[in-house]
Ligand binder design. Structure first.
Ligand code: FE2
Ligand code: FE2
Length: 130
């Protein structure tokens, strides 16, 4: 599969959040890379865990930011984060159990990238810029 790509279209115009999103994409690419290279389980596990951990940190930083700018849809955005983290944790647990990474993980990541960054994060960015 082709990699995950950062384009200026993904920029929401808030630098620390753009940086986080770029890092998430880099971590997704790293996971894709070790998976495609048939790297040992430990390496894939480390890459996957880094993605899960950083995503958790990003979501909580983003929530603090939305709170600071008094974004009125904070509650629903938080729910979306919680659901995404849940799915991500489930995918990770599946991987740990089966010791293989299935392609569904990557379609999930692709969907998430699109809906999260290109979609819902734009809303608080619009509020911040208003
Ligand atoms: Fe985000
Ligand atoms: Fe978000």
């Amino acid at each position: 599969m082709s990699g995950f790509e950062w384009t200026t279209q993904l920029s929401i115009g808030i630098e620390p959040m753009d940086k986080d999103h770029q890092k998430i994409i880099a971590l997704m690419n790293e996971l894709d890379r070790v998976h495609s290279a048939d790297a040992p389980f430990g390496q894939v596990d480390r890459a996957f865990r880094q993605l899960v951990d950083f995503t958790r940190k990003h979501f909580s930083d983003e929530e603090a930011y939305m709170e600071a700018i008094e974004f009125e849809q904070l509650k629903s955005h938080k729910q979306i984060h919680a659901r995404l983290l849940n799915s991500l944790d489930e995918h990770y647990a599946d991987f740990k159990q089966s010791m293989t990474l299935n392609d569904q993980v990557f379609s999930f990541l692709r969907f998430w990238l699109k809906s999260h960054i290109c979609g819902i994060d734009r809303k608080y960015a619009a509020h911040a810029h208003a």
